[in-house]
Write a protein that binds this ligand. Sequence first.
Ligand SMILES: Cc1cc2nc3c(=O)[nH]c(=O)nc-3n(C[C@H](O)[C@H](O)[C@H](O)COP(=O)(O)OP(=O)(O)OC[C@H]3O[C@@H](n4cnc5c(N)ncnc54)[C@H](O)[C@@H]3O)c2cc1C
Length: 490
Amino acid sequence: MNSDTNTGTDVLVVGAGPTGLVLAIDLARRGVRTLLVEKADRLFPGSRGKGVQPRSQEVLDDLGVLPRIRAAASPYPRMLAWEGSERRHEWDMMERSEPTEQVPYADVLLIPQSRTQELLHERLVELGGGVRFGAALTGFRQSADGVEAELSTGETVRASYLVAADGGRSTVRKALGIGMTGETVDPRPMLVADVRLSAAALVDRANWHVWPEAPGGGVAMCPLPGADHFQLIVAFEDEAALVDTSVEAVRGLVAERTPLAAADVVEVLWASDFRARAAMADRFREGRVFLAGDAAHVHSPAGGQGLNTSVQDAYNLGWKLGQVVRHGAPAALLDSYEAERLPVAADVLGLSTRIHRAAAEGEDTRRGGEVQQLGLGYRDSALAVETRTGLAEDALRAGDRAPDGPYGPERLFDVFRGPHFTLLAVGTEPPALGTPTVRTARLDAYEPYGTGLFLVRPDGYVGWAGASTDGLADYLAAVGAAPVPAVAGA
Ligand SMILES: Cc1cc2nc3c(=O)[nH]c(=O)nc-3n(C[C@H](O)[C@H](O)[C@H](O)COP(=O)(O)OP(=O)(O)OC[C@H]3O[C@@H](n4cnc5c(N)ncnc54)[C@H](O)[C@@H]3O)c2cc1C
């Protein structure tokens, strides 16, 4: 493991869910000493966050995980509504789109969260990292110099930074006294389970089957790729219902509310109950401690935003920690994490709540571009520096996602892939920078970018844009990518 608890570590990451795993991968490829601790003795076994959105696919592409995710995933199946044992109608939950030059991954992928986590873990191990299972964070204190944390194993870990990726019930957030502000989206409980059905069961694996009018509350069964089981979701109309997650209770619910028999449920691999909430931590940072993923915001599962927003928190924070720890960037760079991610989380929270409530009202809940997270950006961030003037209303500018496109025999995403910044010159010559953390690239013309110099951050957003190098040296210094001798004299 790329860590040493006796002498300390650069970053202590608490929780090996999707957030902690993505962050640990990003830090590992940056050579940041990281200890990832997980209180459970294995990765989470359930399918819950099963939709990987296009923007997350781009993140996973950069981290070297996407080919195996795509191999293990499937497109979202068409929904099929039943009334008892009668098939009624089919529809697409997601608007389907074709890949374009700028957006290579157009559709959401279906893959159980447990499989995503296994593949992330595999990648982390490949990079020399790993998870310390069976090690819960039990307490910590911080000073101006670092964080000292206690683990359930009796160890004390000293780290420069601590990242709480410990889920919605975050121990770290509570210990810091950071409140969660939000609301119950729906007071009615739901049961979510992974079930294996008998081959003779009425449902096939070609559709996502729903019984919207089932007595007591709707039922859905989604076939999961790479496995022979389904994700079962059972809604309860009664707010006071006590949800029993035992195998017998799950079988009973299926028999009561669908034409399947109790015996058709051959195995219950995982079951849990929850009430949809939308809440956000009042702050995402306290000194040297950061909150990321569900520790910072919890959503309704409607719209499939939770895992995706969590992955992007980690991706936003990873390069900043890397630049500060490894490249001497000013610690102020870390302020931009909360400044950038908190407004995004707030928007996403509103979106999932709207989708959840529309679905509960039986309205059209077909999901379009707003759930793909491709349009999210950081134009208002202090890290978005646009020095060109007179731009058209729809021009790409600092803060926007850097689109993909052809680059000789390759793609721009091939050029961006890795922990570095990229200075992309379109219709102009790139300066000689002489800094190993910034690569340069040049295109004669590419309309989605317009003309100019575009500094693409390691997380795929345009950080700085200019018609000349004026101001670039200051920007690079602020993100730990100086010295830049050629630019300093420009
Ligand atoms: C029914 C359901 C369906 C969902 N569907 C979707 C979907 O389609 N798309 C989507 O994007 N999201 C979905 N989500 C949300 C998604 O599952 C979460 O947003 C995601 O798991 C958050 O990841 P995380 O790593 O932040 O937290 P978690 O996955 O909760 O991981 C936190 C980890 O921290 C560990 N931990 C906790 N405390 C400690 C401690 N003190 N010390 C050490 N380790 C600790 C836990 O054991 C856990 O492994 C769904 C959620 C539910 C419940």
